[in-house]
Design a protein around this ligand. Sequence first.
Ligand code: 9WO
Length: 253
Amino acid sequence: MLWFAVITLFPEMFTALSDHGISGRAFRQDKTRLTLINPRDFSDDPNRRVDDRPFGGGPGMVMQAPPLARAIRHARDLAVQDGVDDPLVIYLSPQGRELTESRVVTLGQHKALILLCGRYEGIDERLLDRYVDLELSIGDYVLSGGELPAMVLMDSLIRRLPSVMGDERSAQEDSFVDGLLDCPHYTRPEEFEGMVVPEVLKSGHHAAIERWRLEQKLLRTHEKRPDLLEHAQLSPQHRQWLKERTGQRNSSD
Ligand code: 9WO
């Protein structure tokens, strides 16, 4: 069971995850749970305001610390009631550490995560200092808020839960599981606008098909994301094959 609480001004956005696809099935099967908490419910302002002007001036508004602190404490209480201990508090922000597959694997060890979604120009630094355990970024760009990055993180974690994926292997053979990009995929029709399917995939020779798929992963990674090759788990034979296939000369050549 993976338990989420999300603190967000736009809880309705999260139906994209809870009501559809693989993640929707995981929620229906109670393999994961989601509690949505709106900080406006913890505002002490008669108009339920949770933002104010920045000290020092400047554009935009800043989310105030007190309503968010009360919301995080409420999320922690709910986690205790649900029997999931010690939730990690994650703030999705452009200033965060990069979300990578290895970080997804590490975060998947936690039973409970509280995800804090900022809006406006950001959140009062004092809240972040005292209540946030980890800041995470899904990329070097600024969005309108942390909700979409929160859903990206949740989806990456939910699809790794045991028996959530229809075919266990597809989770294991996903891109990045071995540090490589995925191989090409084909399905019917056999001919599409004059383009055909590689013969090996129709041969029924599973060893040859597996070898072809790995070769394609290596070549595609070399072509599109050579930076990944440095840390990919490759055997010396596979590294040598790739060097020979791509005409790379050994540094000693
Ligand atoms: C808003 C703004 C308005 C005027 C001038 C400067 C400004 N900066 C921002 C801003 O950075 N807003 C962020 C919106 C505050 C935190 C939540 N928001 C957010 C999170 N945008 N992008 C992310 C994000 C999170 C994770 N990975 C990539 C991007």
